[in-house]
Design a protein around this ligand. Structure first.
Ligand SMILES: Cc1ncc(COP(=O)(O)O)c(C=O)c1O
Length: 341
């Protein structure tokens, strides 16, 4: 956020001014006994509730400036499981642009309601792609069809749009500026690879010593693992995105759905941070590498979104029991440790 001082008052102009500038906070509980420091970048503090607000702003504002998007005339079309859709719905409402978001049945009903409340049209693809059995290729096929047939249709194409990565130069710049010293390890969840690539490009361009740990889902194909079923949306992808590059990450950690839930619940119980599924994955990745992190190191976890939209899944005991059995001992232990802090 870039506040503007005027007559002693500090404010930003319009919703776009409130995107970015999210807090970096030190986590004092989940790594209490570790010889390294851990910080979290709270991207859920963006107005649309996720890191994707940065991408929506970058793609729409750049499109308007270059004349490829014309408010009142263009129709924006995008495939999103929720967060980018919500970010674009905000931007399109703000700039007066019609927006059609293509989702699938795994998308959260509340996300769809939010987009509709902001004036977006939401189309739900109900059939998976016959070749892969996945929704993502089916969603993209539908987006291509709409972009080709709707007059002035414009596909923002988050999976190959370089502006998706460009938006995260500021994410990494903010982290580097706010951290108490050089960041040794950056833990970053991957789906379109926009965050990963934007942070990697910034790190290399500024010759920072930061090593990147990419956090992917078990069952995602981004880093060459076999495709498999995944329950938790956000991180992971059924197709390798065009923004992917072999040199983006120094290390890759795969996290399964159970670890993801445990990571979220630990974050909520120990640090009082209610965050989304991929944030739990990032916490679980830190846990997997814990014994190899050098003493004195500074770790930064990017927490991509807020947890309120996961109350019926990750934070519902009934949902967790139905999918994983009773695993509550895996985070209840944390209560005992916090009580003794
Ligand atoms: C909750 C959440 N986590 C992680 C990601 C992955 O970010 P990226 O698409 O930049 O790889 C996304 C992307 O939509 C997301 O919504």
């Amino acid at each position: 956020m870039t506040p503007v001082a005027d007559s002693g008052q500090t404010f930003v102009t319009g919703l776009t001014g409130a995107i970015g500038g999210t807090p970096l906070i030190e986590l004092t509980r989940i790594s209490a006994e570790s010889p390294f420091r851990t910080f979290a970048k709270l991207e859920g503090d963006n107005p649309g509730g996720s890191i994707k607000d940065r991408v929506a702003l970058q793609m729409v504002r750049d499109g308007i400036r270059s004349g490829r998007i014309v408010p009142g005339r263009s129709v924006l079309i995008e495939s999103s499981s929720g967060n980018l859709g919500i970010g674009l719905a905000h931007m399109c409402a703000y700039y007066g642009i019609k927006f059609i978001c293509v989702v699938d049945p795994r998308s959260n009903a509340q996300n769809i309601a939010i987009m509709r409340a902001l004036g977006a049209e939401v189309e739900v693809v109900t059939q998976t792609d016959p070749a892969t059995g996945e929704y993502l290729p089916a969603r993209i096929a539908r987006v291509r069809e709409l972009a080709a047939t709707i007059p002035n249709g414009f596909w923002t194409d988050q999976y190959s749009n370089p502006l998706n990565a460009r938006a995260h130069h500021t994410t990494m710049r903010e982290i580097a500026e706010a951290a108490p010293g050089p960041v040794d390890l950056l833990f970053c969840a991957a789906s379109s690879c926009g965050t990963l690539r934007g942070c990697a490009d910034y790190i290399r361009a500024h010759d920072l010593p930061t090593r990147i740990v990419a956090v992917d889902a078990v069952g995602s194909v981004i880093f060459g693992q076999p495709a498999g079923p995944r329950l938790i949306p956000g991180h992971g992808a059924a197709l390798r995105p065009k923004l992917y590059r072999d040199d983006l990450a120094d290390e890759v950690v795969h996290v399964d759905d159970t670890e993801c839930v445990v990571g979220c619940r630990q974050l909520a119980r120990r640090e009082a941070i209610l965050a989304g599924g991929s944030s739990g994955a990032v916490v679980a990745a830190l846990d997997q590498l814990r014994d190899r992190i050098p003493p004195g190191a500074t770790c930064v976890l990017i927490l991509p979104d807020r947890g309120e939209r996961y109350l019926d899944t990750i934070y519902s005991d009934a949902w967790v029991n139905a999918h994983f059995g009773d695993i509550s001992h895996l985070w209840k232990q944390a209560d005992v440790e916090v009580a003794s802090c």
